[in-house]
Write a protein that binds this ligand. Structure first.
Ligand SMILES: *Cc1c(COP(=O)(O)O)cnc(C)c1O
Length: 397
């Protein structure tokens, strides 16, 4: 964590996303030359968030216009740029080890593809990511290897954490994380919260609903607020895996095994960034002043997806639908009258055609980038959910 959160000065009027990103990056990466940050943003963050209005006070901040059509592209692409720069004079191969519940794998794999001196090993739970997500993360090739783990996402995350704690392994095989436990991925997520206020230009600051799993995204939002960007509040929107909403209601943090839902990238039973999140507050009574927790089950997620499509023609992905539903429930309270509500669109609906088409009856147009990987051959190495197996694999390649 940053020791303290620096304050952001005024941005140029009508700043572009890239100008906003640079201003924020300079604050947090002050030991990296400005011209390098500028180059990383120009080459790796050329895609921008877009604001889509659904109703008078209801907006989606679409974060899915990057290389793998997921918001994780912001974090992964910027972090890969930073590491490419920082590793220039390093002569040992670095292994990026990442557990993925769907979107992290392809975003990280694409971002680090062809970065020299780096190999990427992705662990994903067999049968628990969508077909398209699996195609995306098993067809990258080159320096990127996918391990298909016989287990849940929590198993994948546990194996990765165990490897990071294994000193002997790290001596022969230096490791780095690319999950949202890596601060290098959180920093670029601050950019779009600040940019949201540039786009919105509203008198009342927005109430932002964040579809959450490991809570990196929401943590970045709170950091953005602490740099001086204004928000009326935040919503921690989850599916049935409601560890954090439960904590907000009861002050009791109780991790438990994750359950599988339609919004599978949020199926997390022990959120990695919870410690970071609470470190930004002065205890439970402070955090509940800024964050409301709302759980949305699969049936309600489907209803919201159908209703939104029928009323506006807009197609939600299951993750965005959770955040949209949580936001609409909250905006009904008198206290939020006239406050613009924004939910984060974290994945393109074309990544979840089975659910979206079943619920709305609409066929989602598939962007070119996604079509491309559908035609390639899946390459994944099967792995039992045992640390010994992972260690053997990492030690022998
Ligand atoms: C990863 C992911 C999330 C959850 O983000 P966290 O930062 O882990 O809370 C939400 N939606 C989608 C589509 C994701 O891929």
């Amino acid at each position: 964590m940053p020791v303290s959160i620096p304050k952001l000065g005024a941005l140029p009027p009508a700043a572009t996303f890239q100008e906003t990103a640079l201003a924020v990056a300079k604050l947090f990466c002050s030991d990296i030359p400005d011209r390098i940050l500028e180059e990383i943003i120009a080459t790796r963050l050329s895609f921008s968030p877009r604001l889509h209005q659904l109703d008078k006070n209801l907006f989606c901040l679409e974060l899915f216009h990057g290389p793998t059509l997921a918001f994780k592209d912001f974090g992964a692409s910027f972090m890969a740029g930073l590491m490419d720069f920082l590793l220039k004079d390093n002569n040992r191969i670095l292994t990026i080890l990442a557990a993925t519940s769907g979107d992290t794998g392809s975003a990280v794999g694409q971002a680090f593809k062809n970065v020299s001196g780096v190999r990427v090993v992705l662990l994903y739970p067999s049968g628990k990511v969508s077909r398209i997500q699996e195609q995306q993360l098993t067809t990258i090739g080159g320096n990127v290897t996918a391990l298909e783990v016989e287990g849940t996402f929590d198993d994948c995350q546990r194996l990765v954490k165990e490897a990071f704690q294994d000193k002997a392994l790290q001596d022969c095989c230096p490791l780095s994380s690319a999950n949202s436990i890596n601060i290098g991925r959180l920093i670029p997520q601050i950019f779009y919260y600040v940019y949201l206020n540039v786009l919105l230009q509203s008198d009342l600051p927005p109430l932002v609903s964040v579809p959450s799993g490991n809570f990196g995204n929401l943590t970045a939002g709170i950091i953005a607020e602490k740099t001086g960007s204004s928000f009326s509040g935040f919503i921690a929107a989850t599916n049935e895996n409601d560890i954090v909403p439960h904590y907000l209601q009861t002050a009791d943090f109780r991790p438990r095994p994750s359950v599988t839902t339609l919004s599978n990238a949020m199926d997390v039973g022990n959120p990695s960034n919870f410690e970071r999140l609470i470190a930004l507050f002065d205890g439970h009574s402070d955090i509940v002043k800024r964050i409301a927790g709302i759980k949305v089950d699969d049936a309600t997620t489907e209803l919201r997806t159908r209703k939104t499509f029928e009323e506006t023609g807009y197609i939600l992905d299951p993750h965005g639908a959770v955040a949209c539903e949580a936001l609409i429930q909250t905006l009904h309270l008198p206290r939020w009258k006239d406050v613009p509500g924004v939910f984060l669109g974290t994945a393109h609906p074309a990544k979840f055609p089975e659910t979206v088409e079943r619920v709305t009856g609409a066929v989602v147009p598939v962007p070119e980038r996604l079509l491309d990987c559908q035609n390639r051959k899946k390459e994944a190495i099967p792995l039992d959910a045992s640390y010994e197996e992972l260690k053997d694999f990492l030690g022998t390649i």
